[in-house]
Design a protein around this ligand. Structure first.
Ligand code: SF4
Length: 136
């Protein structure tokens, strides 16, 4: 078994956790990080027990691209990301992209992930239209 130190992704608190992982990569359980500056050894029930989604059969494992008939087909990451880039380029034809491109991040992301999302919006996609669910 190995212990992987990481951040709980369920909410913006960002509690410190250890994920106990078996040799076959099965998650055995979660343990709190007692030295973590935010959580100091405490976790809520989501942090302790909310990891069943990792092996849920409904979890998406590959990108899906919507077809003209409305159905989805599986695609590789290169194809999916090329399509996303092409659609963004198409939407960036006007100088002010505020009405054409908007990003929604998440309170479940870490501070660093939200920083990257804001950077991508403002510096990369030239839009200030970015929001996330913690503002509700
Ligand atoms: S353990 Fe609970 S409070 Fe802490 S980050 Fe996870 S969901 Fe939020």
């Amino acid at each position: 078994m190995k212990r992987v130190e990481t951040t709980c992704g369920y909410c913006g608190c960002g509690c410190g956790i250890y994920v106990n992982v078996a040799d076959d990569d099965t998650i055995l359980g979660i343990a709190p990080s007692y030295n973590h500056v935010v959580s100091q050894g405490k976790l809520c029930s989501k942090g302790w027990h909310g990891f069943a989604f990792v092996r849920d059969s409904r979890r998406l494992k590959t990108p899906l691209i919507r077809q003209k008939d409305g159905n989805f087909r599986e695609a590789g990451w290169d194809e999916a990301l090329d399509l996303v880039a092409a659609k963004f380029k198409e939407a960036m034809t006007e100088e002010d992209n505020t009405d054409r491109i908007g990003l929604i991040s998440s309170a479940r992301c870490t501070n660093e992930e939200n920083f990257l999302m804001a950077k991508m919006a403002r510096a990369g996609l030239k839009t200030s239209s970015i929001d996330h669910c913690a503002r509700l």
